[in-house]
Design a protein around this ligand. Sequence first.
Ligand SMILES: Cc1cc2nc3c(=O)[nH]c(=O)nc-3n(C[C@H](O)[C@H](O)[C@H](O)COP(=O)(O)OP(=O)(O)OC[C@H]3O[C@@H](n4cnc5c(N)ncnc54)[C@H](O)[C@@H]3O)c2cc1C
Length: 536
Amino acid sequence: MLLIEAGPDTPPDNVPDIIYDSYPSLAYFDPRYHWRELRVCHEAYREGGAPLKLRKFEQAKVMGGGSSINGQFALRGLPGDFAEWRAMGLEGWSFEDVLPYFKKLERDNDFEGPLHGKEGRIPIRRVFEDRWPGFTTAVHQAFQAEGFPVKEDLNADFGDGCFPMTLSNQYDRRVSTAVGYLDSATRRRANLRILADTAVTGLLMEGRKVTGVRASLPDGSEQRFEAGEVILSAGAAHSPALLMRAGIGPADHLKSVGVAVAADLPGVGGNLLEHPSISLAMHMKPEARLPEGRRRHIFMGLRYSSHLGDCPEGDMFLLPGNRAGWHPLGKQLGTFILTVHKSYSQGLLRLKSASPADEPIVAMNLASDPRDLRRLMDGMRLMQRVLAQPALKNAVNFWFPAGYSDRVRALAIPTLRNYLATGMAARLIELSGWTRDLVYRKKLNPGIDCDRLGRDDAYLTQWIAENVWPSWHISGTCRMGRGDDPAAVVDAKCRVLGIGGLRVVDASVMPTIVSANTNISTIMIGEKIAAEILAE
Ligand SMILES: Cc1cc2nc3c(=O)[nH]c(=O)nc-3n(C[C@H](O)[C@H](O)[C@H](O)COP(=O)(O)OP(=O)(O)OC[C@H]3O[C@@H](n4cnc5c(N)ncnc54)[C@H](O)[C@@H]3O)c2cc1C
């Protein structure tokens, strides 16, 4: 077996500190581990229309993929998500069918019982209430004052409530899929060869059969690798692009970029799913901040139900963070991230050109479904109610709307310049009311009327349109479906329809998005298909 990864390897004796770090936000934005040229737009795709507003969007380019740079939140999809997949005609994807693989992948450190695994490759743990810093504790109290129950185990109790977050982390260090699965013993297997820093540039095809891949090696040379079967796990941005460059995709689009059509599969690149998020930041009182020396900054989350129309239970998530950045200003700020976990908006991915050097066009179409927009609006009001609770009034000086703009992304990279700029702002905020007000108006919140966000729907809608951001949970672009489903790309065993020797096994096969951060469900998909291949 040959494993090819475009980014660097992270072997057991050489995992970079930034990847192990329990504080994940440095790895999030570290350009050494990203596809640096990838840009997305948050709006809908318009063929031949006005140029799209392009923004950065981090997708991992390192062994372990997103699990090496992500937030380490380890939530399972909800039973209802898989009931939905099964109802779409996908044999073997009900919750009862997938549960054995959720159990197989995990080694839960805190809970046991019929819903948990104890021997899997990925350790899952929680940081319980006695270790929470002041801001998190205050939010927990405010959630309870809003009527939400206190719960313990996000991965076994699927109801609403405030839970300690489940983390793919042990001894306060990240455990990526590379760390968990590619340990020394596995790497010594005679039937496994690993090529890192090697990018697949194309699929080798004989008619409608894939016979291997072409790849660009670290020295710049190209090499062909023959294979009985190719398994594409390049993620929801790059798997559909690789398919389309090989002539597998919507025929009209392929012809428009000069690619010869091998199989007309209109669904490739469609059904682009994401979790839309909005966020606020709060200036915390000193006693509410994360104590110096602690790395992990998010400990607890609230799952709740919007009860909007046909949206299922547990469709929303609110995550308080006890720190907004590595820098002096970030250490003074707490955050709320409000996410629609069961979202319905669909974006589109298309090729810019046939060249593997060109990243695809990714149009997210975020919050375009009225249900997604409505729930973000209601979520903003919930956050404002929570902030008005006495527990939080005692922990927070002031709050303002925030998000992952390119300016915030630039500040997330640890440089002396960023340290000095944020250090100055942090000092001015604490110096006097006048200087605090100055920083607030000039830097933190130039021009948004926070009270008006809470009472003026049109104003809030406009703010959401400009500030909604994708949660890095892109999925669905090579979706599973039955053979008679015109939008299906792979069958229930992840085999590409109408093409021999090729599977796609990653987040792109999800037919609808799971009501949870996507990493654990993606690993589950990998475990399930691996078991099926072995059984074959
Ligand atoms: C910043 C960030 C934060 C996130 N936070 C969380 C979180 O806290 N919890 C959670 O559950 N999920 C989180 N996610 C999402 C989660 O990590 C992804 O859903 C998951 O990693 C998807 O797995 P995948 O296999 O589909 O794709 P990826 O993890 O993206 O893996 C694809 C791999 O394929 C490689 N590749 C792509 N093209 C080629 C090529 N041509 N040749 C060779 N290799 C190639 C890439 O370099 C990459 O390593 C986050 C993601 C990001 C980026």
